[in-house]
Design a protein around this ligand. Structure first.
Ligand SMILES: Nc1ncnc2c1ncn2[C@@H]1O[C@H](COP(=O)(O)OP(=O)(O)O)[C@@H](O)[C@H]1O
Ligand SMILES: [Mg+2]
Length: 243
């Protein structure tokens, strides 16, 4: 069958070399991808590698950081050879710490009913941004005390905002986004990747694995994708693909 170009999804490099080729060239452009996993699996590193690719290609990126300060991120990136400061100086990257605001929200919530507009700040930041890509690291920070229904509504709104603005989104979620929220989140986003560690029952070694849970309009590896983290960041080791 002849594929018509106008119906093909444009791709953005993930910044993880061998991973791009496993998902037809990269994350689908102008969509939102959810990257989930427990602490220390490499979510922020994956996000930084993405930022690196976006900014290297001369595109603008907005980084909404809920857990780390911009300074901490610059240090972490520098260890991987990713020049965040240079990108910032060249007006390609804006790191917005949404940490302080989050604490205010939590304090406010303690005494009052939970805020219905808990994701208002990242939504406002995205609405006011002229960036091509947005990283939200991480989403779990916003789910404290809100109902599943409200979360779904807010997440749909933020995903919709990203798409309407012609941006591409990479949203990180950690274990604070519990199973129930995570399942809900899976429906709202275009693609979802889960990162985890597992002890290999045969070797006894702990392995790092990625599971491409969904990626609409994309041929994805069915098996887990093995990776390591070193001074270059995330490196794909193998893909046990069964098509
Ligand atoms: N140079 C390195 N060599 C090996 N592992 C590293 C290196 N740098 C970072 N890591 C690993 O990456 C983890 C941090 O990754 P990070 O992306 O911050 O995790 P998270 O998923 O919590 O965002 C560390 O806990 C460490 O295990
Ligand atoms: Mg992190």
């Amino acid at each position: 069958m002849v594929k018509e170009d106008m119906f093909q999804m444009e791709r953005i490099s993930t910044g993880i070399k061998e991973f791009d080729s496993l998902i037809e060239g990269g994350y689908p452009k102008n969509r939102t991808i959810l990257l989930s996993g427990g602490p220390g699996v490499g979510k922020t590193i994956a996000a930084l590698q993405y930022v690196n690719k976006v900014c290297e290609s001369g595109k603008k990126c907005l980084y909404l950081a809920t857990e780390e300060t911009p300074e901490e991120l610059r240090i972490q990136a520098n260890q991987l050879g990713i020049p965040l400061k240079t990108f910032e100086d060249n007006n390609l990257l804006k790191i917005e710490p949404v940490l302080a605001e989050r604490m205010e929200d939590i304090q406010w919530q303690r005494g009052k009913t939970p805020s219905r507009s808990i994701l208002k700040k990242p939504i406002d930041s995205i609405s006011n941004s002229d960036a091509d890509s947005v990283v939200l690291d991480n989403l779990g920070s916003y789910t404290l005390d809100i109902t599943i229904g409200t979360f779904r509504e807010q997440l749909d709104l933020i995903v919709h905002t990203v798409r309407k603005k012609g941006m591409s989104g990479l949203f990180v979620s950690d274990e604070t986004l519990n199973e129930r929220y995570n399942n809900v989140a899976l429906y709202s986003v275009h693609g979802a990747i889960h990162m985890f560690k597992r002890e290999n029952p045969f070797t006894g070694n702990v392995e790092r694995l990625m599971n491409v849970m969904k990626m609409r309009g994309t041929k994805t590896p069915l098996g887990y994708v093995k990776y390591i983290i070193d001074e270059n960041g995330i490196n794909i080791q193998s893909s046990k693909t069964s098509k």
